[in-house]
Design a protein around this ligand. Sequence first.
Ligand SMILES: NCc1[nH]cc(CCC(=O)O)c1CC(=O)O
Length: 312
Amino acid sequence: MGTRGSALALAQTGMIADDLRRAGQDVEIVTITTPGDRSQAPIAEIGVGVFTSALREALLNKQVDVAVHSYKDLPTAGERGIVLAAVPPREDPRDALVARDGLTLGELPPGAKVGTGSPRRSAQLRALGLGLEVVPIRGNIDTRLRKVHDGELDAVILARAGLVRLGRADEITEALDPIQMLPAPAQGALAIECRVDDVDIEHMLRSTVDDPSTRAAVTAERAMLAALEAGCSAPVGALAEVVEDLGADGSVVERISLRGVAAAGLDGESVEMIRASAVADKSEAERLGRDLAAELLDLGAGALSGPGRTVS
Ligand SMILES: NCc1[nH]cc(CCC(=O)O)c1CC(=O)O
């Protein structure tokens, strides 16, 4: 089983390995170093799939048989020869604030320095109009948290899921409401891949760790992202939830509700965020995502085409 070597990647892969071992599988974990781990340049500059291409290569080379990715780091384009075998149950998808002195977003004073390297977080933060200063940062989760504890920054915004998986959820001072801060498409979800021709492994992964509701939700979010031609460093947020509804005959049906946000084009300091939402049958996840993207574009969301983008 291939993984990146970051503490988060190792924790995530370890959890999946435990699930598979409980199901009677023999698992060995192999660490693969990716260009994204080696470089400290802004993600938008290094390009698409910085954290995931090396892992996919190791899969195709048969160096590993299974690859575990943070789903939101995967480019929307698929890879020939590789299949998405399983999407395990999602962790809390929300973004989290870690601020000095236990402060919440609303309690940070104007001018407070908030660290994030994500155009999506930065755009939504600026759109809130709180007068906060967004400071671009990169580095692993530990490095980012240290900047708050050292007093270099007043706060950082990180995915809640990463902090939970690293056992550091107690440092969160506020779980951000998706109304203010819509997470990245697929945030909090994992993608488990294997080779297309490894049908036995694919079936084993699907029957042990796949969660169809998470898969449907993430499919809608990523279809929206793909239709906006945005990748992982674009100012785009999406969150889908599977909800139970009553069908025409009174029976319970599962539907997906999807919310999306995109910047209207970034113009200097001012940011306008375009928001929309829609609901569809659970089997229509892909179409729901595409339709919501079309609506966002109609409402004035900036076309975000550009090579080499990935969303955090
Ligand atoms: N782009 C880095 C990345 N990829 C996945 C996670 C967190 C875990 C997840 O969203 O599943 C993070 C860190 C962060 O955004 O705080």
